[in-house]
Design a protein around this ligand. Structure first.
Ligand SMILES: Nc1ncnc2c1ncn2[C@@H]1O[C@H](COP(=O)(O)OP(=O)(O)OP(=O)(O)O)[C@@H](O)[C@H]1O
Ligand SMILES: [Mg+2]
Length: 150
């Protein structure tokens, strides 16, 4: 599902010189999720990553089991980065630094609502001029339930 969203955004970004990298842990522990909602989260994060890159750069999608019962899905970019003063406002509805035609500022607010409803959280790391990484951390299925569904 993650790869489907990466390919979709890759196709839509043909006008820019962006390299899309993948680093998927395989096999990986199953998570309990809602596919259409998680697709929307991934699409928002991937669109933000592409929009942060002016003309040339890299977007990397990573999946990784995190110790203590979580699974991490990260979308990283080598774009403009986020000033520290913006970090506390990123998830506020309508917070945007984009032109009105480019963004409403609802993307991350919706992402956070969805991920919280799924029992997870979103982490942000960013350096101005170097890029950003958004990590969606979701709870793993309890071990026995995961085995039954696998
Ligand atoms: N990967 C990123 N790199 C740099 N800045 C980012 C990144 N992701 C989000 N931001 C900053 O956070 C702001 C809010 O992001 P959010 O996705 O909520 O809204 P938006 O992208 O401006 O509009 P939209 O509603 O179309 O998503 C952006 O305007 C931008 O300033
Ligand atoms: Mg956005």
């Amino acid at each position: 599902m993650i790869e489907d969203m990466v390919r979709l955004v890759e196709r839509l970004s043909k006008g820019k010189d962006i390299s899309f990298q993948r680093s998927y842990q395989d096999p990986i522990a199953p998570v309990w999720t809602d596919p259409p909602l998680l697709r929307q989260v991934l699409l928002n994060l991937l669109n933000n990553a592409v929009q942060a890159i002016k003309s040339q750069g890299t977007v990397t999608a990573t999946t990784q089991e995190h110790p203590k019962g979580w699974v991490d899905i990260s979308i990283a970019d080598t774009g403009c980065g986020i000033p520290a003063s913006h970090l506390p406002h990123l998830f506020d509805p309508f917070f945007t630094t984009k032109a009105p035609s480019q963004g409403t500022g609802l993307g991350l607010a919706v992402c956070q609502k969805i991920v919280t409803a799924l029992g997870g959280l979103i982490l942000v790391e960013s350096t101005v001029g170097h890029g950003s990484r958004f990590t969606v951390r979701l709870p793993r299925l309890p071990h026995t339930l995961g085995q039954k569904l696998a």
